[in-house]
Design a binder for this molecule. Sequence first.
Ligand code: SF4
Length: 235
Amino acid sequence: MLPPMSDRRLLLAEVFGPTFQGEGPSTGQQAMFVRLSRCNLRCPGCDTPYTWDTRRYDLREHTVAASVEAVIAQVLAAPPALVVITGGEPVLQQPTVTALAERLAAAGRRVEIETNGTIAPSSALTAVVDRFNVSPKLPSFAADGDQPINGAALAAFVATGRAVFKFVVIGPGDFDAVGDLAERYGLAPVWVMPEGTRSGRVVAGLRGVADETLRRGWNLTGRLHVLLWEDARGR
Ligand code: SF4
């Protein structure tokens, strides 16, 4: 049995906003972000390594054990109707994230979860989430030795009817990798996103993938926060 709400804690990296959702279908919408700590993958190109990389960071300095109540109070003190729960990998803390999302939804906020898609969502979490932004990692992005694709978990996200699938595409070979995964697991809709934590790289990436993304019938997203604020943390 879960402890009472007042005792539940999240391993939290930061709460920030109001800002804009920078990626995917809600790009440009005002949002509050709840960034949770810890991840089950080790992607070399990760832009939030302070949530998991113990070789480069003392995670104790980048993590607070925050009560659900405290996070809710901070988020609800700001006006955006959208709350993005991200990480790290937020579904690692699924029971407590569910409690958080339930409270936010009850307060009238829309909740998006950003996840690497390796852990299946529960029915309780699905019931209170507006959308899962699932970002499976391709071999070009994943760390050697990681297992970034969990077919059963991807199928579970598809079954929610509330998931979009966003892929970081680095090179031409990644398009076929996306196509193979989309076909095998029925992933739709597909969004393609370039990598980069600098605006110049994101713009060049967008231009590099745009035509092929169109040809394949997929959607394209940039990284609005990077175009606006480069790699500033908490924006
Ligand atoms: S899954 Fe996401 S948060 Fe985890 S290491 Fe990869 S890019 Fe970073």
